[in-house]
Design a protein around this ligand. Structure first.
Ligand SMILES: Nc1ncnc2c1ncn2[C@@H]1O[C@H](COP(=O)(O)OP(=O)(O)OP(=O)(O)O)[C@@H](O)[C@H]1O
Length: 205
């Protein structure tokens, strides 16, 4: 049986952090092939939104609906700092049921081939980010949630991320991307988290 088309939507979502309402009445709907760029100032709530959509934070109001498996790029890579990169990725590949050859091909795609013996703690910021992206790629999940996928990356790697998102969406995937930097993904929609900022009265309620 064919898997249903992926879909991701939020309906009247509101999230609080501590005693502060960050955003409210936030809605979007993404169907197969769609990418959406979430922008916003530091502290506006982009990571909170990504985590709420991922189901890692309970929204204050509203709901998220998703069809299809999820791959999340978070600020925490989850890669064991004491393991060589190859083994650290293999740990997740086992959990994600990714075959060895597929993992190898993702590592090659992200230019990690010559780093697999290096302990994760010795990797640079950009190298760690590319390793986390390799895991996302390997998961072959139709729905991608990418929190700051470009931060710490050089120009060539930033272009590669745009290319990976394009290919993912061209193949029917969905990507919701929180990023301070622009991405080169034709047809990508965008919204600013500030568009859903509470009024002062709502924020204090
Ligand atoms: N556990 C927490 N308890 C209280 N406040 C929190 C908590 N986590 C985050 N916050 C606050 O929530 C707000 C939104 O944080 P969030 O990380 O979602 O912002 P962001 O838009 O992703 O910022 P940046 O662009 O800097 O990554 C910030 O003011 C932050 O200090």
């Amino acid at each position: 049986m064919q898997a249903p088309s992926p879909a991701l939507s939020a309906h009247d979502l509101a999230c609080r952090r501590g005693d502060r309402l960050l955003f409210r009445r936030l809605s979007f709907a993404l169907d197969t092939g769609a990418a959406c760029h979430v922008t916003g100032a530091n502290g506006a709530g982009k990571t909170t939104l990504i985590r709420a959509v991922a189901g890692l934070t309970t929204p204050y109001a509203g709901e998220v609906r998703r069809t299809g498996a999820l791959a999340l790029l978070d600020e925490r890579t989850g890669l064991d700092p004491d393991m060589p990169l190859g083994l650290a990725l293999a740990f997740w590949a086992k959990i994600d049921a990714v075959e060895h050859l597929a993992l190898e091909s993702c590592c090659d795609r992200l230019g990690l081939g010559n780093l697999l013996e290096v302990p994760v703690r010795y990797l640079s910021t950009g190298q760690k980010k590319r390793a986390a992206l390799a895991r996302v790629l390997g998961q072959a999940a139709p729905v991608w949630l990418l929190d700051e996928p470009l931060s710490g990356l050089d120009t060539a790697s930033q272009a590669l991320v745009s290319r990976l998102v394009r290919e993912h969406c061209d193949g029917g995937g969905i990507a919701l991307i929180a990023s301070h930097q622009p991405l080169d993904v034709p047809g990508m929609t965008a919204f600013a988290i500030e568009d859903f900022a509470p009024t002062p009265a709502e924020a204090d309620a």
